[in-house]
Ligand binder design. Structure first.
Ligand SMILES: C[C@@](CO)(OP(=O)(O)O)[C@H](O)COP(=O)(O)OP(=O)(O)OC[C@H]1O[C@@H](n2ccc(N)nc2=O)[C@H](O)[C@@H]1O
Ligand SMILES: Nc1ncnc2c1ncn2[C@@H]1O[C@H](COP(=O)(O)OP(=O)(O)O)[C@@H](O)[C@H]1O
Length: 323
């Protein structure tokens, strides 16, 4: 899997989009506590950026040629984002190093150990149901695969990604996908048109495990099918998509944050084509008929959320730029 010592790249920047769940059905709870899902995910145009840079000779840092490498991580992010080894971007880097047999250390015998510097610029709301941490993990995998010349293909990267979190495999590819299992089995689906969203953001985060626990108490595993969402996407019909938005986790998010139900309903009163909690929340997304309509709906929602943004979907996948 590890390619020859070929990389001449010394810096890679990956701009990675967030996601919304257009449809999410919880089918049941597995013995390990994870839940079986059927979900349709789509990238939206709120992005993080992860850059990776090598100090010293790029070729000397090829993992196949090294037993040790040092990893330095910095970020422009709020205090709620872990600054060290718990950050999903760092966990992704360590996972990739482990896979190619490279340890983290300051020195490798007599020689100085090469340093890989990872930097995260955070724009995606945190613990918001928009897969921000997963997006950063995916971006780190893609950046380091390029920087180190490890040459894992997308399928191999998705396998590594699945070990980091249920949403990470989707974030490696982006676009629009139907995900099953725990969310890691991904099939791209056809999507025509572009969709205009108002993204309602709450500063107070919601923890994904807490929302799944609440679902076990107040929710019922469902049998809803994503057909109406998939058909709307195939035909590029925003009105049909708005009507078909669905999320079984909403009831759990509402039980923890009753005001989110009011916020969703306020979006509908403000003329949105549809509105739904994204993933485990607390972000509520509303579909508009056009860019202008999104601006109008957002204006009518003044004061409902801590803040809001307009955004476009689908937002493609992670974009790599080499330096
Ligand atoms: C709800 C969703 C919908 O896309 O997204 P977010 O709201 O987090 O963005 C996902 O299922 C979240 O995926 P992700 O946040 O990557 O989950 P992980 O890190 O793997 O798991 C965090 C915790 O969520 C619960 N979990 C996650 C996925 C799943 N299918 N069943 C679960 O029960 C488990 O308690 C797990 O310990
Ligand atoms: N790079 C990262 N960005 C955001 N959160 C991160 C990151 N790495 C680790 N985390 C942790 O993951 C938790 C979930 O964050 P996030 O992925 O943004 O939300 P969600 O699971 O709702 O999509 C946060 O509370 C934070 O402690």
């Amino acid at each position: 899997m590890v390619g020859a010592d070929r990389t001449g790249t010394s810096c890679v920047r990956v701009r990675v989009p967030s996601k919304v769940n257009l449809f999410l059905s919880v089918r049941g709870r597995r013995p390990d506590g994870y839940h079986e899902l059927v979900t349709v995910m789509q990238t939206v145009s709120i992005h993080d950026t992860v850059s990776a840079r090598l100090d010293g000779s790029a070729s000397a840092a090829h993992p196949a040629a090294r037993r040790f490498m040092d990893l330095a991580f910095t970020q422009e992010a709020g205090p709620e984002v872990p600054p060290g080894g718990d950050n999903l971007a760092v966990r992704a880097a360590r996972q990739l190093m482990g896979l190619v047999g490279v340890g983290t250390a300051q020195r490798d015998g007599e020689a100085m150990v090469p340093v890989t510097r990872l930097h995260l610029t955070k724009r995606i709301p945190v613990a918001a149901g928009m897969a921000g941490g997963s997006a950063d993990a995916a971006a780190a995998l893609l950046a380091l695969n390029e920087l180190w010349g490890t040459e894992l293909d997308r399928n191999e990267l998705r396998d590594v990604a699945a070990e980091l979190g249920a949403d990470v495999p989707f974030c490696v590819t982006g676009g629009t996908a139907l995900a099953t299992g725990t969310g890691t089995a991904i099939a791209q689906v056809l999507c025509r048109g572009r969709y205009h969203w108002v993204v309602g953001i709450s500063e107070q985060p919601l923890s994904t495990p807490a929302v799944y626990r609440a679902f076990d108490e107040v929710g019922t595993p469902g049998e809803a099918e994503p057909d109406a969402v998939l058909q709307a996407l195939r035909t590029g019909d925003a009105e049909a998509l708005g009507a078909a938005l669905h999320n079984d986790l909403e009831v759990a998010a509402f039980s923890l944050r009753p005001e989110l139900r009011d916020a969703r309903d306020a979006f509908l009163d403000a003329g949105a084509l549809g509105a739904v909690v994204s993933g485990s929340g607390p972000t509520v997304v509303a579909l508009a008929a056009s860019a202008q309509h999104a601006v109008e709906v957002r204006e009518r929602m003044q004061g409902v959320f801590d803040r809001s943004e307009v955004a476009l979907s689908p937002a493609g996948g992670p974009e790599l730029a080499l330096g």
